[in-house]
Design a protein around this ligand. Structure first.
Ligand code: ADP
Ligand code: MG
Length: 261
């Protein structure tokens, strides 16, 4: 078998089967199944409103669903968010959820709260500094959060999320609004996080970025899986092309979901 870096360990870490999440009469997820393997970056793509954020919310216990979710060998569906976190899943939000009245370092420390009993204050500060350095925010710890750019805030949310070395990191459109250079830095960070042993489920619209970092891609539309496989396969899959645009953009693989309407 020809394995790419990052796909060396193909044990399913997260297994979701037949997941349905309904809001009133609307099925945001409709019998959706997918797995994320240990050691991989797995991208989840789909047009706006296809159910991607709802999927992260169901996995992290923020919305109720029917079906089966198994994480690291144990049932996960129905657990409250703090138990999902303790099981080894961390996440970011589509709109970063930071504490604006706290500094950059203090926000990072929140990701280390479960280690408070085992570490001294100095050790915790050093651990937070290490996470900031890792995410390109070295030396920014004392700043208030509102002094960071939008891209830096997303990196700070990732620093907080990975501080406790989760088994799985869920990222909801972390590259939204980033420049090409910021996206490249983010891609490098995601690869480094994967190499450190944290698998990543990445919601991302930019198929260039997906092709750049993802080992595997799952495409959603109207709450159902429409394609899955290697990035190039999925990007050219007829159902995916149709879901986004009805046709490919002339300039290559990038599909802008906002143009779908
Ligand atoms: P995506 O992240 O792919 O853009 P979402 O998961 O946010 O899509 O939304 C999927 C569908 O579910 C949309 O039609 C959205 O309006 C609806 N939806 C999401 N969250 C809620 C909610 N809390 N209450 C009602 N409807 C919701
Ligand atoms: Mg979303």
């Amino acid at each position: 078998m020809n394995l790419k870096p990052g796909t060396w360990n193909l044990k399913p870490l997260l297994e979701v089967r037949d997941l349905t999440v309904a809001f009133g009469g609307l099925k945001a997820l409709d019998g959706f199944s997918m797995s994320v393997c240990a050691g991989e970056i797995h991208a989840l793509i789909g047009p706006n409103g296809s159910g991607k954020s709802t999927f992260l919310n169901a996995v992290t216990g923020l919305v109720a669903g029917r079906g089966q979710i198994v994480f690291n060998g144990a049932p996960l569906l129905g657990l409250p968010p703090y138990r999902v976190f303790r099981a080894g899943i961390a996440r970011s939000f589509q709109t970063p959820r930071l504490f604006p009245s706290l500094t950059v370092a203090e926000n990072t420390l929140l990701g280390l709260h479960v280690e408070c009993a085992r570490k001294t204050a100095r050790e915790l500060e050093q651990a937070a500094e290490a996470q900031l350095a890792r995410t390109g925010l070295a030396g920014r710890g004392a700043l208030p959060v509102d002094r960071l750019t939008a891209a830096e805030r997303r990196c700070l949310e990732i620093a907080r999320a990975v501080a406790h070395s989760p088994l799985l990191l869920l990222l909801d459109e972390p590259a939204a609004g980033m420049s090409a250079a910021e996206r490249q830095a983010l891609a490098a960070l995601l690869r480094e996080i994967r190499a450190s042993g944290t698998a990543i489920l990445l919601i991302e619209h930019d198929l260039k970025m997906v092709a750049d970092v993802a080992d595997c891609v799952t495409a959603l539309n109207f709450g159902k899986k429409i394609a899955e496989g290697a990035p190039a396969e999925v990007a050219s899959h007829p159902a995916v092309v149709e879901a986004y645009l009805g046709k490919r953009q002339e300039n290559g693989t990038q599909i802008n979901a906002d143009e779908r309407r």
